[in-house]
Design a protein around this ligand. Structure first.
Ligand SMILES: Cc1ncc(C[n+]2csc(CCOP(=O)(O)OP(=O)(O)O)c2C)c(N)n1
Ligand SMILES: [Mg+2]
Length: 321
């Protein structure tokens, strides 16, 4: 075994934290506790747990609308995440941003835009600041297979490549953009990696049902970026288990295929492996699950007890002091 037990436990906890957050999000949404709509990222957690295991202090991160639970890995407090999700004034954007904006700037998160793809240039800006400061930090930018074809993504990739910016582009290929299959909407098999050559960037693909496979591929690329070789692309292939949003009946795809992918559950795969390697017992796994669930229940109770934003709040924080 090439990993330490401590490392493996950390990756597992991150993976499970995102899974349980995503499940909880679906649960409280069904209870009518979440204004707006949500995009469940169940089945896609290994992309984030694997890649983010390569991070270090001072790095920057741009995540996406799915799975938003990834914000937890980066240290965003659950109280502010649920506060924001449930539209309460204790949310990190004071309940005015909602589900797409559960981020913490103090943890290096640069936020993200609902206008998909436009925020990738912001990640380039974060990378430029790293380059100017002369550190070996990395700007991690996650985006989807659908977003991969947008113009601003390619402009940001081009700029990162010519300026040799320290960016890791991570395409979370869950094989769908709402109802459009990647096999229809993208002309190449790997929406990120197969386009990297156009910008002279190194690229890897990873089976994102396996958090450690994702980690290994990300580590190789991140080591190069930290050493000054410029940007790189990682393509993580998984599958969106649920609809694009809750209530989407997903009539556009074959349920039998979805069932096959659900059998390749990144959490179950990691749990089986950690038991086989004697890193965790079934009882310890259950204890970690209970711990995370109870932390979330407390955070939800805190959010529910928090006030909603007022009309006056709409006019606050429009300008920096
Ligand atoms: C510029 C832009 N066009 C369209 C949308 C509407 N939209 C929201 S999510 C989504 C699908 C994006 O697919 P992908 O990038 O694969 O991410 P996924 O939803 O699969 O995580 C679209 C088209 C948007 N938010 N922004
Ligand atoms: Mg997608």
């Amino acid at each position: 075994m090439q990993y330490t037990a401590e490392f493996l436990k950390g990756v597992y906890r991150d993976l499970l934290s995102v899974r349980l957050f995503e499940e909880k999000q679906v649960e409280i949404y069904a209870l009518g506790k979440v204004p707006g709509h949500i995009h469940s990222g169940i089945g896609e957690e290994a992309t984030y747990a694997g890649v983010l295991a390569t991070r270090k202090p001072g790095d920057y991160f741009k995540i996406t609308h799915r799975p938003v639970g990834a914000s937890r890995i980066l240290g965003t407090p659950l109280e502010t995440m649920f506060g924001e999700l449930m539209g309460r004034s204790t949310g990190n954007a004071r309940g005015l941003g909602g589900v797409l904006h559960m981020v913490s700037r103090e943890n290096g998160m640069v936020g993200f835009s609902g206008t998909l793809g436009c925020d990738i240039a912001v990640a380039d800006g974060a990378a430029l600041s790293i380059q100017m400061a002369g550190t070996d930090n990395v700007s991690y930018v996650f985006y989807g297979d659908g977003t991969s074809s947008r113009g601003p993504v390619h402009e940001a990739m081009n700029l990162a490549a010519i300026w040799k910016l320290p960016v890791l582009f991570i395409c979370n290929n869950n094989q769908f953009a709402i109802s459009t299959a990647a096999s229809y909407g993208v002309p190449v098999a790997n929406p990120g990696a197969d386009r990297a050559a156009a910008y002279g960037m190194p690229a890897r693909t990873a089976d994102a049902t396996d958090a450690l496979a994702v980690y290994d591929a990300a580590k190789e690329l991140v080591d190069g970026i930290r050493a000054g070789s410029g940007p790189a692309v990682l393509d993580c292939k998984c599958y969106r288990w649920r609809g694009h949003f809750e209530g989407d009946q997903a009539k556009y795809r074959d349920p039998a295929v979805t069932e096959e992918w659900r059998k390749k559950d990144c959490v179950a795969i990691m749990e089986a492996r950690l038991q086989e390697w004697n890193v965790l017992t079934a009882e310890e796994i259950q204890r970690i699950r209970d711990e995370i669930n109870s932390e979330m229940d407390q955070a939800i109770a805190f959010a529910e007890a928090s006030p909603e934003p007022t009309v006056e709040d709409l006019y606050r924080n429009l300008y920096a002091d």
